[in-house]
Design a protein around this ligand. Structure first.
Ligand SMILES: [Mg+2]
Length: 386
């Protein structure tokens, strides 16, 4: 990859020198798939056999003044179709625009592409652009993103280990104990059967809190039965119990039983989906994903809606690229700093040189300007999907 001006070299975080971001002159989608090690299966299985690699769909935006911003779109199983969509439908609409006009660019993309879906790949792509533009805004201001969002309530954020699916009592209990030994005090399971869920809760007893995410497998009747059966396990929340994800009436039916706090939102597309969820009394915990739900700009709106609706704001984050870093900044800027999600697996190579590996269950908010850290060009080249 060609070498680029690194703005952090000319602007320290303390400099407070403001430069104009300038017009967008170049945009590039870079798909990276890095192998990971885990004894478990990935929860996703979108194209046949699951692969133990993890996608990071990077969007790199460059301005006439030499600023480079990085964003991320949600991607799985080497999603070349999404990369093509970004290159052919998104980039022609943003090159030439003033990179500082983040909301205007976001509106232009959303309005222009509304017929291509308000939830899904088009919104993932728009989310990536939004994140990259916020990165540029921070770099141009000489401030970390968290300072643009009103400043940090915490320098580090508690992380929860989001386990993959083990489908065995021994497997999930071993992983739970290992995560606790690595310093995690919050662990989320992706099991769907009672024996595995109970085994993990037993392994964690007194040492860590357990959340359960089942990824929308059940009818309302099935979910009601499981909700009652799981009630004595002391789960911190129950996530996406009913099919389909937008079955807000179904969620509200489960929530009305008061056995669990109900979490959902990773499959939503915008602020208005969360308004509908909240109107339906479907959720206690809102989980927008910065790389799916319209980027930093949309998450700020959703955060405000949650505050005014007495709903907890805990962003979803099954990401390891700039989307994860953006979520870290967003979480640190909340008065009640939400837990940050991190899928529990170990990578063959690290995009950020280990900055996204928690220590004692915590991650520090990068202090450099913008997202504060750029992905490693060598790792990008080694794992790039051509
Ligand atoms: Mg989930």
């Amino acid at each position: 990859m060609e070498s680029r001006l690194n703005v952090d070299h000319i602007l320290s975080p303390q400099s407070h020198v403001s430069l104009k971001a300038g017009r967008i002159v170049k945009a590039e989608a870079v798909l990276v798939a890095i192998p990971f090690q885990s004894d478990a299966k990935p929860v996703w299985n979108f194209t046949g056999a699951p692969k133990n690699t993890f996608d990071t769909m990077l969007v790199r935006i460059e301005t006439e003044n030499g600023f480079v911003g990085w964003g991320e779109a949600f991607s799985r199983t080497e999603d070349v179709a999404l990369k093509n969509l970004i290159e052919t439908k998104i980039f022609p609409l943003i090159v030439g625009e003033d990179a500082a006009a983040i909301s205007k660019i976001k509106f232009k993309l959303e309005f222009g592409l509304q017929n291509f879906g308000r939830v899904g790949p088009t919104m993932y792509a728009i989310s990536a652009v939004d994140i990259a533009l916020w990165d540029i805004a921070g770099k141009a201001a000489g401030l970390p993103l968290v300072d643009l969002l009103g400043g940090a309530f915490a320098q580090n954020v508690n992380v929860y280990a989001s386990l993959l699916r083990y489908d065995s009592q021994e497997g999930v209990a071993t992983a739970t104990r290992q995560a606790i030994s690595r310093g995690y005090r919050y662990i989320k399971l992706h099991e769907v059967n009672y024996p595995e869920i109970a085994a993990a809760c037993q392994a964690a007893e007194g040492k860590a809190s357990i959340m359960l995410d089942v990824n929308c497998p059940w009818s309302v009747a099935e979910a009601l039965a499981m909700d009652a059966r799981l009630a004595d396990l002391g789960l911190l929340w129950l996530e996406e119990p009913v099919w389909p994800p937008e079955n807000y009436r179904g969620l509200s039916r489960i929530r009305a039983e008061k056995n669990h706090r109900i979490a959902a939102g990773e499959n939503a597309g915008s602020l208005h989906d969360f308004a509908a969820m909240i109107d339906a009394q479907a959720i206690d915990i809102a989980q927008p994903d910065v790389a799916k739900t319209g980027g930093v700009t949309e998450l700020l709106k959703i955060s405000a809606l949650c505050e005014a609706s007495a709903v907890e704001f805990v962003p979803h984050c099954a990401l390891f690229g700039p989307g994860m870093i953006a979520t870290l900044h967003i979480n640190a800027a909340q008065r009640n700093v939400p837990l940050l999600e991190r899928l529990y697996c170990d990578f063959e190579a690290e995009l950020f040189g280990g900055a996204t590996i928690p220590k004692e269950g915590k991650l520090f908010v990068p202090q450099g300007s913008g997202l504060g850290i750029d992905p490693d060009p060598e790792v990008i080249e080694r794992y790039r999907v051509k």
